[in-house]
Design a binder for this molecule. Structure first.
Ligand SMILES: *Cc1c(COP(=O)(O)O)cnc(C)c1O
Length: 464
């Protein structure tokens, strides 16, 4: 499989080459030259297979420059019961006829980002070992990415993680989970500023070409292709578990922020899976607005609302360009025109380029008040506590799903991570999940730093 850029002027490259890169040099995102397409017989042959077997079957197509034997070994080390709690890795929880939860949040940090990042950590270690080189990952987080990356990279050879987070802006649980990790290769840098400030620092450090080269800076952000490909697996795995044959349509309600998870669903459908995708946003509804009107209008950093589902509080959706690339018939010239317009005017209207072509995606959004209501309804009806991100998808999914089509709501986080919202909705305390009972008593390992890229660069110099 070779990878090309959505802007048409970089690549083609191999998987291992793009694994350690962020954006393509031309400013676009890497996508497979073409998607594989599975026949109905091929899908049938996967029905009943384990998570590991389905993962290997799919990932060997996208990762064909690692031997199948080594890839098999990496996948079997990654997706284990020890790390993800069950043999199913991403189990389905049946709520009632035609309604289930796809539980993606049973990994070490209790959020769905563990599913792709645990694999990414092992792939990176493998490739760096092979090349005899090392990498310093610099990232910014406002919540789940930071801890999922830290738990995926801790103890890995030849990798250090420098993770910037805004002082006092994450949930209590998220902070404790990340800051109490005491590992020699993980550095928590707490910035006196906002998440936007943290992202700006990452951009500035990467813009310093000499620094970037000397300290071998890398990224694990949501545009990383390996993450997207790892997320395709659970759509196949769950669909095959839910159906007896491929004529059955299944709807997936996906809580969306940077559009990584929903993009993986879109690719699974391009690969032949008979699924309907419902993109679910909170009040930061740039994606919902797009799918309703065809106008993609990004927010200014200050206009991003703080909601009870912080991992979906985004100004723009970093993976969206990959979807648009497919939508305009993989025509990079059109993508370049649209993103030029976006950079100038903060918006574009896709209808002017591709009038009247349906998106194949439905969407909706939920307010914080609706999230509280939904958490209450689900608790009352099924005695199940869901987190606010999952509640966004539950609310929108139930509203938009066609009659007679079974609905799978994607669970992206455990409620314990968002105890304040659960207390507000239900008046109960969610017990600490297994392994986290002692979280409140552990010492923190962090460095507080002023909002200044030079200080962060100096910190990296001193710790490599
Ligand atoms: C990251 C995240 C999301 C959003 O996923 P995207 O792939 O960015 O759309 C939703 N819920 C939780 C809990 C997350 O951590």
């Amino acid at each position: 499989m070779r990878y090309i850029s959505t802007r048409g002027n970089s690549g083609p490259r191999e998987f291992k080459e793009i694994l350690l890169e962020g954006l393509a040099p031309d400013g676009g995102l890497y996508v497979p030259e073409k998607y594989p397409r599975f026949s109905s017989e091929e899908l049938d042959s996967l029905r009943g297979k384990s998570y590991h077997e389905v993962a290997l079957y799919i990932l060997r197509i996208f990762i064909d420059d690692i031997s199948e034997k080594d890839l098999d070994e990496i996948i079997s080390r990654t997706y284990t019961k020890e790390i993800f709690g069950t043999d199913a890795i991403t189990p389905l929880k049946h709520l009632e006829k035609g309604l289930s939860l796809l539980q993606l949040s049973n990994g070490p940090t209790l959020a769905f980002k563990d599913v792709p990042l645990q694999l990414l950590g092992n792939l990176m270690e493998y490739v760096l070992e092979e090349r005899g080189s090392e990498l310093n990952i610099l990232g910014a987080t406002s919540g789940d990415t930071g801890s999922a990356a830290a738990y995926a990279l801790k103890g890995k050879k030849n990798i250090r993680l420098f993770m910037l987070s805004p002082y006092g802006r994450m949930s209590r649980f998220q902070q404790r989970q990340m800051y109490t990790l005491n590992e020699p290769n993980i550095f928590n840098i707490v910035v006196n500023g906002t998440f936007d400030d943290c992202q700006t620092i990452v951009k500035e450090a990467n813009a310093d070409a000499e620094f970037k080269k000397k300290y071998k800076l890398g990224a694990v952000n949501s545009i990383n292709w390996a993450r997207i490909s790892a997320q395709i697996v659970y759509y196949f795995y769950s669909y095959l578990r839910l159906t007896k044959d491929n004529s059955k349509r299944v709807a997936y309600a996906v809580p969306s922020g940077n559009f990584g998870n929903a993009l993986s669903a879109h690719i699974a459908s391009k690969m032949g899976l008979n699924i309907e995708i419902i993109v679910c946003t909170n009040e930061n509804d740039v994606l919902d607005q797009f799918f309703k009107t065809g106008i993609y209008r990004v927010l200014k950093g200050n206009d991003v609302k703080i909601t009870s589902s912080p991992s979906m509080d985004i100004a723009s959706a970093s993976n969206f360009e990959r979807f648009i690339f497919d939508y305009v018939g993989r025509d990079s010239a059109k993508v370049r025109v649209l993103w030029k317009e976006l950079n100038q005017k903060r918006e574009f209207d896709i209808g002017r380029i591709e009038p009247r072509v349906p998106f194949g995606i439905t969407s909706g959004s939920a307010t914080d008040a609706e999230v509280l209501d939904t958490i209450r309804i689900v608790y009352k009806k099924y005695a199940v506590v869901i987190d606010p991100h999952t509640a966004v998808a539950m609310k929108v999914g139930l509203e938009k799903c066609e009659k007679g089509v079974p609905l799978v709501v994607i669970e992206t986080a455990q409620p314990a991570k968002f105890a304040d919202t659960i207390r507000e909705a239900l008046g109960i305390e969610v017990p600490a999940p297994k392994g986290y009972e002692n979280l409140a008593n552990l010492p923190e390992k962090t460095t507080r730093i002023e909002n200044d890229a030079e200080l962060v660069k100096k910190f990296i110099e001193e710790n490599t």
